[in-house]
Design a protein around this ligand. Structure first.
Ligand SMILES: Nc1ncnc2c1ncn2[C@@H]1O[C@H](COP(=O)(O)OP(=O)(O)OP(=O)(O)O)[C@@H](O)[C@H]1O
Ligand SMILES: [Mg+2]
Length: 466
């Protein structure tokens, strides 16, 4: 069989899809290869299953068109091995009447299509085009998934310090269970990032990650946001709306700043966690929803419990596993890594060839107390990168206040003149820190609304540089 003369393998055009034809009758291969080769395909032929598998291992094949009955291993054998090794590749069968039943069966197992020999070539070309399109879409989905995994998965989290190693160990231990996780840490330590990383490295990663910031949504709207509502259940409810609990079904619900939840909503949340079902506002039936809960807080929830602002039963429910992100000043070892990471991130975006910070700048970074944690460092690098005129970020590219700060002398910078915006930002981050991360309390202390705090913190994320 190996002595037969096969049509040439023509896979030289990288833009065209690659089709693999498999048939033990060389004449049939020649005819089909000539017809398809004239269309928009690179065609590759195999006169048996072993040869086909060899080609599959070597080339990027987009669709396989195969005969069923062949001496030795048959087309069904080939189909099953493609299904397990290359699940994205569609398989189209060409079959004689005698093997029609097998072809129909293979369709129910996921074969793309079958034709009785001799096929209608116009129809075959149409089906082939659809198969190739499906393969392209599946490849694209895979590409996007691995991109999401590298952007949001555990590998996206930078950190080699002992504190971060503890965090990684905890995440590895709990990522595939459905147990609730409570993430603690000061503002800007990476709680959002960690919640996403747990989801995208868990078994639920193909399902939705639904995030709700309990502090950013006014209390009166939060209930409808979480539980959804039926049409007409209150003024303004003009249509039925699915709540976040339902949206997160089979995936992960991330409740950011859970300490901000009002007591009545805490009671409803506890019920939803325990019963795994919710009722929309104005609705009467219970809706099952299987979500994995991750909550985050930057205030000490046990203190909130002691002050009777947080339900103790809910606290114990959430606190089964607690992962605390260390503040940046306690993981200084990570600063050089983070600096390199943020330089990479922004130099690409800004299209600038900045590659490092001077040793003087690095020493300043290592000495500074970073009350705004990673967000503040990220912001400083972003700003420096925009200002930098050389490959190396120098002292003149970083804000003055970084040099005046020492942990013991937090008022040292009060006597220097600074831009108003910067003073405002520092005041906000210091107050949040002084309030143990409780942004509502910080807002009360400063006499501003939580909304203002949020919009300022957002500005740190997306600074406007003149
Ligand atoms: N380990 C990390 N590696 C790289 N970047 C990180 C890491 N942790 C956080 N960041 C970056 O730092 C910034 C702040 O992170 P994030 O928003 O997750 O903090 P947070 O703890 O949720 O803050 P807040 O309490 O204010 O909501 C983000 O821009 C994020 O991309
Ligand atoms: Mg956050």
């Amino acid at each position: 069989m190996t002595a037969v003369h096969l049509p040439l393998i023509r896979m030289n055009n990288h833009k065209k899809p690659n089709i693999l034809l498999v048939d033990d009758e060389v004449h049939a291969l020649k005819v089909l290869s000539a017809i398809l080769g004239e269309s928009h395909y690179n065609v590759c032929c195999a006169d048996g299953v072993d040869k086909a598998k060899e080609i599959l291992a070597r080339e990027r094949i987009d669709t396989v068109v195969t005969d069923i009955k062949m001496p030795g291993k048959d087309g069904l054998y080939l189909f099953h091995s493609i299904k397990s090794e290359y699940p994205n590749i569609p398989v189209i069968f060409l079959t004689a009447f005698g093997t029609l039943d097998s072809a129909v069966m293979a369709m129910s197992e996921g074969a793309f299509f079958y034709f009785v020999k001799p096929p209608d070539y116009v129809k075959l070309k149409g089906i082939l085009a659809k198969a190739v399109e499906q393969k392209k879409l599946k490849d694209e989905v895979n590409r996007l998934r691995s991109q999401i995994e590298s952007t949001y998965g555990l590998s996206s989290i930078i950190g080699k310090s002992p504190g971060m190693k503890d965090v990684f160990r905890m995440v590895e231990a709990v990522k595939n269970s459905s147990i609730s996780v409570l993430i603690g840490g000061e503002t800007g330590t990476g709680k959002d990032v960690l919640a996403k990383a747990i989801h995208y490295s868990s078994q639920r990663h193909l399902r939705p990650f639904v995030a709700v910031n309990c502090a950013a949504i006014p209390h009166e709207l939060l209930e409808a946001e979480l539980f959804g509502h039926e049409k007409g259940s209150f003024t303004g409810a003009i249509a039925r709306r699915i709540g976040k609990f339902e949206e997160a079904n089979a995936g992960t619900l991330f409740l950011d700043e859970i300490g901000e939840l009002s007591l009545p909503l805490q009671a409803k949340l506890l019920r939803a966690i325990q019963e795994k079902e919710v009722e929309r506002i104005g609705g009467s039936k219970k809706i099952k929803t299987d979500f994995r809960l991750i909550a985050s807080t930057n205030c000490q929830l046990d203190k909130e419990v002691a002050a009777k602002r947080f339900r103790v039963d809910l606290y114990y429910r959430l606190n089964v596993v607690q992962i605390n992100l260390p503040p940046l000043r306690e993981r200084r070892k990570d600063i050089p890594l983070l600096v390199a990471h943020f330089i990479d991130k922004f130099s690409e975006r800004e299209n600038k060839e900045v590659t490092e910070v001077s040793s003087e700048v690095m020493n300043i970074f290592l000495d500074y107390s970073w009350p705004g944690n990673l967000r503040e460092l990220e912001n400083v690098i972003e700003r420096a990168l925009v200002l930098a005129r050389q490959r190396c970020i120098g002292v003149r590219d970083i804000p003055d206040y970084l040099m005046k700060d020492t942990e013991n002398d937090s008022t040292a910078c009060e006597h220097t003149v600074k831009p108003l915006k910067q003073l405002e930002l520092e005041t906000i981050t210091h107050t949040i820190k002084a309030c143990n991360g409780n942004k509502s309390k910080a807002a009360r202390v400063l006499g501003i609304t939580r909304k203002v705090i949020y919009s300022r913190l957002k500005e740190i994320d997306q600074p406007s540089v003149n």
